[in-house]
Structures are given as structure tokens and as C-alpha cells.
Write a protein that binds this ligand. Sequence first.
Ligand SMILES: C[S@@+](CC[C@H](N)C(=O)[O-])C[C@H]1O[C@@H](n2cnc3c(N)ncnc32)[C@H](O)[C@@H]1O
Length: 455
Amino acid sequence: MNGRPPNRAKAAQRRHSPGKGPGPLNAQASAALIVHRVDQGESLSTALPERLARSNDADRGRIQEIAYGVLREAPRLDFLADRLLSQPLRERDRDIHALLQVGLYQLWRLAIPTHAAVNETVNAARQLGKDWAAGLLNAVLRGFLRQREALETALADAPEAVRLGLPGWLLNRLRADWPEQMSALTTASLARPPMTLRINLARTTRDEWLRRAHEAGIPALPHPVVNSAVTLETPCDVRRLPGFTEGEVSVQDAAAQLCASLLDAGDRQRVLDACAAPGGKTLALLERAPQLDMLALDIDATRLGRVHENLERAGLSAVVRAADAARPDEWWDGRPFERILLDAPCSATGVIRRHPDIARLRRPEDIDPLTARQAELLDALWPLLAPGGRLLYATCSILRVENELQIDAFLRRHPDAHEIRLPEGWGQARPQGRQILTGEDGMDGFYYALLEKPA
Ligand SMILES: C[S@@+](CC[C@H](N)C(=O)[O-])C[C@H]1O[C@@H](n2cnc3c(N)ncnc32)[C@H](O)[C@@H]1O
């Protein structure tokens, strides 16, 4: 005791509203709160920005790095925590479990001094209003440092889902779909993805942009396969990118950028982007042909806000509408589309490296409803296509059932549809469409199939 009376009001405030108290939390506490929210079923894309908005500018990069790292390594960190704790933490202390994961991740994977990692984690427990956990965390983290070698040996013999860091049901599906590529796929799914950009080729050339990036001290390389794409050597804040606010460059994986050349929509054609938000592909299509008569639809009105922002930044225009693409009777004016992009809602198993929360939140029972939804969207949109028109089906999934098997079933249901073979040089040809497996040519896992209605 230091003789001063405890400040009960402050302690109580911290207990009831961690992170809403007077000062910002340290990076460890902030990262733990993000991980905890994902653990409770929220997506990283909601939990992360909300917490970052309440953090110091200087801490944001570190918070993000720790939160992503912990989510990538979660099964392994849980394995370590189980062995170090004499009994599991109570359900109401899952925030402390998340903080323990943060502490272990720092000691195990980040090159920071161990005493700083331990002290900051212990301080974070106090900031979260759980002073009682300070001693426990201190002991467990020091235990890890002492037993590290034995723990790593035990980890090598752990069950597959722990060792490979992905849930068992997903590993089983990947093994069934991609037996030979399984090992590369699991590694790529948990690797840090590159930051890839799309250059607006209507405004500048890729070489010119690379020259300006080099001058600005941002080393970048042209993507080997996609001619609008560049890959940064190190991720950086978009505000530092030359021409970002003017719409000369946008963040988008190279696999997603392929949509524009594959759909090949020409100026003034009537185009439907049926699942458009947040607008990455809408923009890619419009940058290639700015005069398109584009309708960008999405069922999620909130996410459509991002489409408006993106269009405004790039100085491009489209009709943007919140509607269920599977219910054209509610929004279609009866004029056929010459091109349709269906970037369907999917398991997102091809982008786990960018959204590691997917590995935790996605459930095996999600897959059947998703494939049913994709089939429903395909069937509902096909009649809207003009004779001679083309529909590009896309997913960021690596599961065959959402991709080639989905298109195979569609072609059986619609004898008037035929598949156009896609150009080579990326991914791999499948019986229907082409598949990019996560990490190939540095790209996200992605699938495309192009369907045509006879003239
Ligand atoms: C893969 S994301 C689209 C990404 C977007 N094309 C891009 O490149 O930025 C799938 C989108 O489908 C939307 N969606 C899901 N069901 C839908 C439906 N029935 N009608 C329209 N949009 C739907 C979701 O809200 C989500 O924004």
C-alpha cells in the first residue's frame, strides 16, 4: 500500500467501461478489446475501426499489427495458454484471455524487449479495470519465457487444427477440394498479405505512378500478372500514396482487379454491378470505361455509403441503389443489361489472410445457405441479361461448391447459357471458370466464370 486511499470512482469507471475512461488505453489493452469483440462474434471490420478511432495516432499501427497477429495465431496461442494456466479463465473474463493472447503473441512473435511486453500487458489489465489479473498475467507470461522450448515441442505434436491454425471443418474441406495444394494453401491463408494497389490507367500510367511513388520514398513493384496492379514493399497509410485523394490509385488486391478486363464492358454499355459495396469493382469497371451506364446495387444500405465515397474520390458516376438483387421486381426498370457483374456473397475463404477473423467466425453450417443464395442470385439476374450479353460470376472463395460446382449446376439449369473460356496466364483452368488459390502470384484466393446469353 502506498498510503493513499484508492480512487474508487476511477477504478469503478474503468471496470464498467474499459477504454471509455479519461486517457486512451495502451496498445495491448486496445488490441485485447478488439480480439475480445471478435471472440464474441463481431467482425474485425467493425471492431477494429471503432477502437482505432479512440486510440492515439502513434499507437494505431501497433494495435492493428497485434490484433491481426493474434487472430492469425489464435489456435496456437490458445494451446499455449491452456498449458500455462492452472485452470481456464471464467467466461466473464474472456477479455483477460484475449489480453493473455496479446501478451503471448508479443513474446513469441514480435521482436520487442520481453520486460516491456510483460509490463505493458500487466498495465493493460489494470487499464481494463481488472487489477486482479495483473499478477496472473505476469506469472503466466514469465512461465512462457521459462518453458518456451518445451511448449514449442508440444505444439509440434498438437492436433492439426492447432498446428495449421485453421478450424478442422475448413481443413477437411480444403483437403477434399485441393489435396495437393492443401499445405501451401493453409500457409498462404495465415501469411501477411501484400498491400496491392490499382492504378487508374485512365489518369496515369503504371510506370509514371511507380516513378512518383519511388520519389515519395514508397518502394513498389509492378504486379507480374495484372497490368493495373502494383505491390508495395511495405504497407503504408493511403494518405501517403501519390494521387490517392485524386482517385489515381486505390487499394485493391490484384485478383479483384481482374474483373474489369474479364467483363470487358465498353463505353455507354448498360452494366449492373449486383453486389457492389464497398465499390472496389464498380470503380475498377468505371476506370476502364468511364462512360458506362452503371447501376451499382447492394442489399446493405450502410455499406453503400462507401460506394458513394469511392465514386466521389475518383470523380466517376453511377446510379447507386440499396436493393435485394435477387428481387428484380422491386428495382428493375425492365431494360436489359449488356454486362452483369455478380460478385456474390461467399465464405470469403480466399481472403482469410486479409480478414483472419473469418477463420474464427465462419461456421460449417454457413456454407449451404451461402451456396443457395448464390444460386438464387444467379437465377434471378440471368433473365435481366440482354441477348449477346455477358455475366461475370466472381467469389473470393476457394471452395469448389461455391465456384465451379455452382456454375456447373447453373449451366444445367439454364441451357440457354454458355460459358466463355477465360484468358490464361493467371490462376488455373477448372471444368468451369478459373480459380486463383490464395497466394498464387501474390493474389487473394478468387474465382471467376464468364457466362454468355446467345444473341
Ligand atoms: C463480396 S462483397 C462485394 C464486394 C464488392 N463487389 C467490391 O468489390 O467492393 C458481397 C456484397 O454482396 C452484398 N449482398 C449480399 N446479398 C445481396 C443481395 N441479395 N442483393 C444485393 N447485394 C447483396 C453484401 O452486402 C456485400 O456487400
